[in-house]
Write a protein that binds this ligand. Structure first.
Ligand code: PMT
Length: 397
């Protein structure tokens, strides 16, 4: 699993830092290229030289030193990382991470990375069990960060209890197991649509909607990170294409239809999160429409229903997931779309709430399946929801 992967090992200032040398050694034996970042505290327990000798790579100890081995700025390691392990993770460091601080190289790297993050907490039992620490851990778990539970035993402070850093072999095994899960979409070809469409009225005006693309981009990003080959067909959006995803930009529903049809045969999973305009202006004015004293009447004609077309030509082994954005009768309308469009799953999206639906960072959905079951998910970030959706899609395959 870790062969040829770039693993960032963050070491913070706890007595268990000496065990991190064995973690680095085991990672290297597993075939990983290991890059160590030490906090100032860690350097009181162990020297950078030890890690340099074990890993064969330079050790980062400060944001401000002369960078001699790679000619990029301070987020280089965040981008290089396939996985980040912080071991030991002290109570202080966990608190800083949970606050979103970026005052040293390790916190900065964590904030800037898209790689999976694993923490191995190590501290006194009371510090570990303190509700402040537990709250900080929960906050990071909610973001999708992994915590390797500490072991129980004799602690450096002389007490017995929970808070010992697990053995290096256990830490590496935990990371391997959980990273393997995160590549569970290898071999899948996923087509995702995102954002709204713009339907032109004249050269300067259009009919559009409030979709930002956040939901669809999060799905595309999550699928790509889990090993899938991803094509993202997107309406206008301010978002950057997720790394490794093939982005096809479109404007109108008709263009989205063509791009989707060009790419749907190869895909074995299609997820349609885009907010496609149901109607377009029948006669688009060649020139800017000038204001006068009359009312302006626009005649709208129906756009192609892309999802329905996909449902009609769905091939064996292809899984089709639609979204239903509703402000009322959520389940009823979603069930109707599931059946009429021949979907395998529909994401019923309550868009009447301020914290869900269009242009929000969080979302609240219910998932409906062909067999009539309904899966209610709690309010969560669109990134977390993307992974939850993909987990369920894989179970249907
Ligand atoms: O982009 P964000 O700001 O993150 O917002 C996310 C979202 C609210 C847009 C997203 O979560 C969502 O609910 N997307 C579906 C929006 C929508 O258009 O729903 P609908 O109920 O009108 O359409 C039902 C399904 O048919 C959708 O999968 C849609 O992509 C598809 N459709 C609709 C019309 C059409 N002409 N062709 C289609 O393929």
């Amino acid at each position: 699993m870790l062969k040829d992967k770039n693993v960032i090992l963050g070491v913070t200032g706890g007595i268990a830092a000496y065990k991190s040398v064995e973690i680095a050694s085991r990672l290297r034996k597993a075939g990983a290229s290991v890059h160590v970042i030490m906090t100032a505290g860690a350097q009181n327990f162990i020297t950078p030289l030890t890690f340099r000798e074990i890993t064969g790579n330079p050790v980062t100890t400060t944001m401000w030193g002369e960078i001699t081995n790679y000619n990029v700025e301070h987020i280089a390691l965040a981008q290089l990382a396939d996985v980040i392990i912080v071991a030991p993770a002290t109570a202080n460091f966990i608190a800083k991470a949970a606050m979103g601080m970026a005052d040293d190289m390790l916190t900065t790297t964590l904030l800037a990375t898209k790689a999976p993050i694993f923490f191995a907490p190590a501290m006194n039992t009371n510090m570990y069990e303190n509700s402040l620490t537990q709250g900080n851990i929960q906050k990071l778990v909610d973001l999708g960060w992994h915590f390797i539970p500490p072991a129980t035993g004799h602690l450096a402070c002389g007490t017995e209890g929970k808070g010992r850093m697990p053995e290096p072999a256990e830490i590496v095994a935990f990371v391997e197991e959980n990273s393997a899960m995160s590549l569970d979409m290898t071999g899948h070809k996923v087509l995702v649509t995102a954002a709204g469409t713009y339907e032109p009225i004249d050269p300067v005006r259009y009919i559009g909607n409030r979709s930002s693309g956040k939901m669809g981009y999060a799905i595309a990003e999550a699928a790509q990170k889990r090993g899938a080959e991803v094509v993202l067909v997107s309406g206008p959006s301010a978002l950057k294409a997720p790394a490794g995803v093939k982005l096809i930009k479109v404007e109108t529903a008709a263009q989205m239809r063509d791009a989707v049809m060009d790419n749907c045969q190869q895909a074995d999973i299609i997820i349609k999160a885009a907010a496609v305009a149901d109607y377009r202006v029948q006669e688009v004015s060649e020139h800017k429409i000038k204001k006068n004293d009359q009312e302006l009447v626009l005649v709208l004609e129906k756009n192609p229903d892309i999802l329905k077309e996909l449902g009609a030509k769905k091939r064996a082994g292809q899984l089709l997931v639609g979204f239903a954005a509703e402000t009322q009768n959520l389940l009823e309308y979603a069930k109707d779309k599931l059946e009429k469009k021949n979907l395998d799953m529909i994401v019923a999206n309550d868009v009447s709430r301020k914290d869900a639906g269009f242009n929000t960072d969080t979302n609240l959905v219910k998932l409906l399946y062909r067999n009539g079951t309904v899966d209610e998910l709690p309010l969560m970030s669109k990134h977390l929801l993307a992974d939850e959706l993909l987990n369920r899609v894989l179970r249907l395959k």
